[in-house]
Write a protein that binds this ligand. Sequence first.
Ligand SMILES: Nc1ncnc2c1ncn2[C@@H]1O[C@H](COP(=O)(O)OP(=O)(O)O)[C@@H](O)[C@H]1O
Ligand SMILES: [Mg+2]
Length: 354
Amino acid sequence: MTGKALVEAEGLQKFFPLTRSVTDLVRHLPRRAIHAVDGVSLTVRARETVGLIGESGSGKTTLGWLISRLHEPTGGSLRFDGEDVLALRGNELRRWRRNVQVVFQDPVGSLDPRLKVWQIVGEPLRAQGELGKGEIRAHVKDLLPTVGLPPDCLDQFPHEFSGGGRQRLSLARALSVDPRLVVLDEPTSALDVAVQAQILNRLVELQKEREVAYLLITHNVAAVRYVADRVAVMYLGQAVEVGGVREVLEHPIHPYTKALLAAVPVADARRRRTRFKIGGDVPSLVNPAPGCRFAPRCPFVIDRCRVEDPLLREIPGAPGQLVACHRAEEVREIAPVSLLTTVDDRSTGAAASA
Ligand SMILES: Nc1ncnc2c1ncn2[C@@H]1O[C@H](COP(=O)(O)OP(=O)(O)O)[C@@H](O)[C@H]1O
Ligand SMILES: [Mg+2]
């Protein structure tokens, strides 16, 4: 079903420098930066969906922006269809942009309220600079029904649409230039459950029709299970586990993946009031210490974890599943619950480690 490598990111980094305080200057302290994405390698193949999951602040949006070349990376390489995307400048870069489009996290803030539907949806087409107004309007009119919107809403404004409708506009805008990859940043998290399902179904259908690949950023594991072929798990700016959706979601190997998946609220009525929380302190993203980012919270930590960065590597017996953990072979069979502090809403504070 899926094809050859479309996006090949290697060691991508994005650091956001912090302004130096007077104290920093006086003490000659080194420049500090938020390591939002710190050495992520990820492949997205043609026509596949890769889910990107991880807690808020783990760098998912920043990685999506790097892959779309909306951020200039601090380091690393990025190839698209074998081409070095980071070498593109000016007109070459502008033309390349049609290949990768983004549906942004916030369906309200990402649509200019002063623009009409045809201008919003047609914006990437206008930016390509090949079509005139009449052609753009005609193209948008054809496109609207494919995302489930009426073709006669060309001259309406975004505020006239529901949340779901606005997200359909964003989707139409992304698809307007026939991209090869769409980065979907939490595309349904602002929508109610019924609308979420409609949009996800439409995304799946559109992928088949248009042979487009998706990078689906979400904290909705159920959505990833439903639509993604592969999944990457991020923790504090790094990919800790990457692999097939079934393999990773059903047999997570990295201690963090196990904990993250166990922390997803359970639907089971008897267990509904029990949630799981990962214990320990989250280290800072500002000039992080060397070693595994999960080490301060990991129950399996050994000295090596605190000094040596674990690299993503294939684990024997788990083909295609890449895990960044020095102790992956030893911890893979350990059940996730043993990592966790159980928090029962009825008796908060009654923590127990199984
Ligand atoms: N433009 C920016 N300037 C400074 N810090 C940023 C910027 N964008 C993101 N960050 C920081 O980078 C980290 C990762 O953010 P983000 O990629 O938005 O994570 P996620 O999408 O997983 O929630 C966060 O600590 C965030 O505050
Ligand atoms: Mg985000």
